[in-house]
Design a protein around this ligand. Sequence first.
Ligand SMILES: Nc1ncnc2c1ncn2[C@@H]1O[C@H](COP(=O)(O)OP(=O)(O)OP(=O)(O)O)[C@@H](O)[C@H]1O
Length: 357
Amino acid sequence: MPPRLQVDCLTRRFDGAPVVDDVSFQVEPGQVACLLGPSGCGKSTTLRIIAGVDMQDSGRIFVDGQLICDTSFRIPPERRAIGLMFQDFALFPHLPVRENVAFGLPGGFKANRDRVGALLDRVQMTRHIDSYPHQLSGGEQQRVALARALAPRPRVLLMDEPFSGLDERLRDGIRDETLALLKDEGTAVLLVTHEPQEAMRMADQILLMRSGRIVQQGAPYNLYNAPVDRQAAGFFSDINVLTGRVQGALTDTPFGRFLTPGIPEGAEVDIVIRPQHLRIDFDRAGQGPAPTAENGTAALARVTRARYLGRDSLVEFATDAGAITLNATVPGVFLPPPGTPMWLMLRRDRVFVFPRG
Ligand SMILES: Nc1ncnc2c1ncn2[C@@H]1O[C@H](COP(=O)(O)OP(=O)(O)OP(=O)(O)O)[C@@H](O)[C@H]1O
């Protein structure tokens, strides 16, 4: 079986500069792939080319193995069986909900009562079937827009920041409901977002994009736990970075030595760890915990600031030796006063080592 959506070596240049640069990926039926990256990295342009409203300079797009677009052949957007749900998903203001949902279906609502009814039921909007868009809240409009996008049973659904207009408190619920419906429908979804949390929550597969290129793709777990470089690690959470130099395949730090396999002798490296993977221990008259294989060597540091963030506390430290600053998150309330000496360790299995780029 060919993939539902296959994108091969897509490139798009504006004024000679590549904005989408040799992008390739596949999405299977029922799978949600998230194109994730900072503003301006080329996500929306990629989506627009797949939708057929922009044209690539090179590369090919297939749906279920059928070529829908290369540089000489192009199926028009309305015949691609690709649904769209964009940021400014305007519903038609002069049509009631039922006609909005039925808009893409031959025969309108009258000929498609069952499909429209089932979708409105699924998005819990049945009681609003005769309402007009201006009578609905933002979240309700979003649900109708989703039903409308799915009504013609698109083989692929493209979503560009579909939740960004919604109230923060509404978002998680609507994301989860949307995900459940998309899975039931078996549509292949390509969702554009610049929010790592959204991608982690929604995606089966994340396509991490930077400056027009996909720098890493895989399951959320893999991107979080095995980032390809320092920037990729930093995209998903705050990070702490220690710097060092390779000597004999090892790099020395106040937290012990780290293996630096494959990095040339003498090269500078970044040793990266997320704040939740620091271990903290109290000072006992200048004595710290003994080194372990799991946590390496402890280094003495002093609290510079501690803040309570709701679920956990963020404690900022500066080491005595070398004046390295580090952030640690600790579950619950933990607010030691500034100046408190504490011993810090790095969970060895959570440390990433990258050549300095
Ligand atoms: N029609 C165009 N002409 C010239 N430059 C363009 C055009 N469309 C997009 N660009 C540029 O291409 C780059 C990528 O834009 P794109 O909208 O794809 O990024 P994005 O990752 O979706 O960003 P955002 O999250 O801010 O929407 C930007 O620098 C943008 O200014």
